[in-house]
Design a binder for this molecule. Sequence first.
Ligand code: SAH
Ligand code: SF4
Ligand code: F3S
Length: 551
Amino acid sequence: MFLRKRSLFVSIGQLFSERTCSQVASQSSKPESKIKIQNGPGLSHFLKNNPSKRREKIFPAVVDTHAYISPDQISGEGKKVMLVTFGCQMNVNDMEIVRGLLVQNGYSETTVESEADAILIMTCSIRDGAEEKIWNRLKHLKKSQRRPRTIAVLGCMAERVKSTLLTAPGDLCQVVAGPDSYRDLPRLLALSRSGTKAMNVQLSFEETYADVSPVRVDADSKSAFVSIMRGCDNMCTYCIVPFTRGRERSRPIDSIVDEVRRLRDEGVKQITLLGQNVNSYRDTSESSISLGVDSKMVDGFSTVYGQKSGGRSFATLLDNVSRVDDEMRIRFTSPHPKDFPTEVITLIKERKNICNQIHLPAQSGDDKVLEAMGRGYSRETYLSLVSHIKNVIPDVCLTSDFIAGFCGETEEAHQNTLNLIREVDYSFCFVFPYSMREGTRAHRRLVDDVPEEIKMKRHEELASVFREVTLRRNLSRIGETELVLVEGRSKRSANAVSGRSDGGIVVIIEERDKKIHAGDYVVAKITGGTSQTMIGEYISHSSIREYDNLR
Ligand code: SAH
Ligand code: SF4
Ligand code: F3S
């Protein structure tokens, strides 16, 4: 089945590279020169009116040139895999897809390293440190190896580093599979069993794994992630994601709603919709395109690719998904500020099961830095979106991502970011020291000129200001009530459970006489807190509808 599907693949490398590439580069362990390396897309490929977008003219049909592998060889019957995940939530969900595909192929899973015939590592490339961790893990696995086994590197680092993973000294890895080639994994693993190193880093315009049922690690968990779109067309200058994940593409609404229904039937109480640009979602599948509904960009925001139109928008998807069960909470991550039209904000306000938490990654509070980052908005535009959101949803919890020490960031620019954090009054922030990534626009055009110790100092300052803000916010809730969806036992206290408020803040509730289970909605009165959690006293069990009626 995957062979048929693969013939649809068109690689972004193929699309845009002047070199010709094979669809899959597989290699016998000896002649390293036979590995064919694909280049990723450049900025011009994301720009408006780019002639190379006329893909039917340029892209030849992909031909499978590989040695024949029999179905018996491909089967994973009797073989065990160990799955290890690094990186973002998309990676966690991708590993669920990989698990689903391997189980379909007869593999079973083990968590015992010495039992595994193959160890598959899902990787991240976002910062240098993320890749460093993977190299260390590969070396450690090599040292601990007691019998022949395959090490496969999947995900973003596979896509970025490609054949270097196969040719690195020490024979650290035998299979490399990029984010769009997981259907090919059974074949790649079979090739490695027959002594051939194998790689597929083909990116695709279509692959969304819409028909693959992800298999969750913890099937009893009351929270699940549903991937709704893949890739990113934004090309922020610092970011490697467009190169590792390829072009934006969305999964058809119907397949998403079906998956959400199936999860509801399995007892799931909270769905998080996932995508690198989750709110840029546009279902342009045949069933939707005729509807001609435009996705609207917020006024004042811009992109390198212009306005996209047609298809069913994120608002329509959110509407459909939230109607599946009004007692199931809906969250989404990670969005981009440019795609928050009023209809999405109003829907969040009106639909009680869509959580009042919006991740609005700002990255910086300084206009010059925002410009250099290619974010497509100014501080003022961002703040006017914030005030619009707060006007519509007064109790909204806003969260953000920030980068410390980007190219050309002055002390004044850094201060502008610190005061943006105070001004917006975020309920949580993720802060990262800037890490220059080879191949990004910043790498080609800008200078990584903020010294490492200054980056670290600014990173620390961003973290301490956001902690100050979030501590004040959490303590200001003392005496108020929150509807908490319980996730499980608290790791901090034997007699307590832990869950999340509607705004996404962790709430620890002591369990007294009343038994509280994962998946229960409970009303808690807030009695204390830290910068990252609130402490609550159990009041009663409840539901979204009942709690809303009480207020
Ligand atoms: N698509 C999402 C998430 C992208 S990655 C978004 O735009 O919000 C998550 C975060 O990693 C980014 O928001 C950014 O803050 C950070 N990041 C990305 N590239 C980085 C780099 N080169 N160095 C440091 N942080 C980076
Ligand atoms: Fe990276 Fe920007 Fe895309 Fe986010 S929106 S994945 S930061 S390029
Ligand atoms: Fe990392 Fe790729 Fe996610 S680079 S953050 S695993 S999209």
